[in-house]
Design a protein around this ligand. Structure first.
Ligand code: PLP
Length: 400
């Protein structure tokens, strides 16, 4: 069934603001169903967890429902879903926790393709444990992450490999499975950053070979909340820093402080939104997510093809990389223009795009554009259209 983008756009009243939103990789707009779900959760009595009264039972139910929703999105076990305010905070906590199990001379493998949130927490934790950091480099022509280099990077001392399922700057989807297979041969854990990949296609932690996978709901139409999903048996072996009176069970012991229960209602609505994007999809919510996200991937690929060929025809625009397997996110420079000046011009023409390094700091440094103010990033999500791409191309044409 063709992807019904007109129906999908109708689910996002905020698209009516007159702007073309190509800033999805920094956070998608919110469908009305999500805004309503959060509002509804705040319009009934809602208290803290574990009390013997209905408003507390509501908080418990929201936590359970959010765990099931995140688990359905990544193909995980709800009992292994660590909830938190954002991916960066959860990853810092996990890095501190895992580092307690590392010894001097152990090794951690990081990639320069990654967002800094899947780099700096591990790097800091490795330093504090006396572990060695080894780097996977990016091919600066293609912006691919060659997996063969992991043959040498992963050794018997490797304890953790952190890698992204997709780059938030240039869209590259590395071959995570080839990397995780190598890591598992030596018993290392694999932490996959699924934050950028999640809105662009089916995500399955078993297929990726991810021991831990992170995702942030605000990247796929949800509120500002995140989760990292692991097998409960793995979490059972770990001892995060925690308050004495807070629950010691898994996954609760990985969660600090009182959570944003009302936002959890929005997470559930956002996952239901994704599951409903292909309105012909049937079966369990996980089945419908897989069907819908496959439809999203096909649709986005068709709009991306137009964007890529249009940019290629603009001789004053230079796209960073040409990864074979990618999300519809790309970065480019415009000859004679600073990245911020380009996004200001685009904003004047009603187009939202990002400039800078988008926290893909190591990548931008590797590409040599860090000092130049980074690049301009546009990203398509499931509510963007070919017409919007044409408007972007027209606007860039004027910046010659
Ligand atoms: C690929 C990727 N990883 C991690 C993050 C950090 O996520 P959060 O904002 O939830 O901390 C982002 C945010 O832009 C991202 O794009």
């Amino acid at each position: 069934m063709p992807f019904d983008v007109a129906r999908v756009r109708g689910l996002f009243p905020t698209l009516g603001d007159g702007y073309i939103h190509l800033d999805g990789p920094a956070g998608m707009l919110i469908p009305e169903s999500v805004a309503r779900a959060v509002s509804a959760a705040m319009r009934v009595p809602l208290s803290n967890r574990h009390g013997p009264f209905p408003s507390s039972a509501r908080a418990d139910a929201l936590v359970d429902a959010a765990r099931r929703a995140f688990a359905d999105l990544v193909g995980g076990d709800p009992a292994g879903v660590i909830l938190g305010p954002n991916m960066t905070t959860i990853t810092y906590g996990l890095a501190r926790t895992l580092a307690k199990t590392w010894r001097v001379g152990d090794e951690v493998v990081l990639s320069r393709l990654d967002h800094d949130a899947n780099i700096r927490p591990w790097l800091t934790a490795a330093k504090s444990a006396g572990a060695v950091v080894r780097w996977a480099e990016v091919d600066i022509e293609t912006c691919e992450l060659p997996e063969w280099q992991y043959d040498e990077l992963i050794t018997r001392r490797t304890r953790l490999v952190a890698v992204t399922a997709a780059s938030n700057a240039v869209g590259t989807r590395p071959n995570v499975r080839a990397i995780s297979d190598r890591a598992h041969q030596v018993g290392a854990l694999v932490h996959v950053d699924g934050v950028h990949a999640a809105p662009h296609g089916p995500l399955d932690m078993a297929r990726l070979g991810a021991d831990l996978v992170a995702t942030s709901a605000y990247k796929w139409g949800g509120p500002h909340m995140s989760a990292t999903v692991a097998a409960p048996a793995l979490l059972d072996t770990l001892a995060p820093d925690k308050l004495v009176p807070s629950p010691d069970a898994v996954p609760d012991r990985f969660e600090t402080g009182t959570a944003a229960f009302e936002l959890m209602a929005g997470v559930v609505a956002a996952v239901d939104h994704l599951a409903g994007l292909d309105d012909g999809a049937v079966g369990s919510r996980r089945d419908r997510i897989l069907a819908s996200m496959s439809a999203v991937q096909r649709y986005e690929a068709s709009v991306l093809a137009r964007l890529e060929s249009g940019l290629r025809s603009l001789l004053h625009v230079y796209a960073l990389g040409s990864p074979r397997n990618r999300t519809p996110t790309l970065s480019f420079s415009v000859k004679g223009w600073k990245p911020r000046a380009v996004t200001e011009e685009l904003a004047r023409r009603g187009i939202c795009a990002w400039d800078g390094d988008y926290y893909a700091y190591e990548l931008m440094e590797s590409l040599g554009v860090g000092e130049l103010g980074g690049a301009v990033r546009v990203g398509l999500v499931h509510y963007n259209t070919a017409h919007e791409v044409d408007r972007l191309l027209d606007a860039l044409q004027e910046l010659r």
